[in-house]
Design a protein. Sequence first.
Length: 93
Amino acid sequence: MEHLFFPFAIGFGGLAVAGGLASIAYPLFVIWMIVDGVLRADVEYPGTEPNRKVLWVVAMVLVHPVAIAYLFAVLLKVKRGSLTTVSTQAPVA
C-alpha cells in the first residue's frame, strides 16, 4: 500500500527543489535588474520625466516585483548603450 504514495513523494520533492531554486534565483534576478538599471543612460527609459532613471531604480530597490516590469519595459526593448543622448545645443544654420 505504501508504494501508492511514492509518486506523491516524488512530486513534493520536486516542488521543494523548484522552490529552493526559485528562492535563490529571484534575489539574483532583482540584483541583476538593479545593476542594469544603474548602468543605463537616462534616455533609455520610457517616459518624459526628467528623473525617470532614478524613479525606476528606487522602485526596483523598494518594491522588488518592479524589476519584472523593468525587464519587459526597458531591458528587452532597448539594448544598453544603443540610444544616444539628446543634444541640447541649437542646430547650426
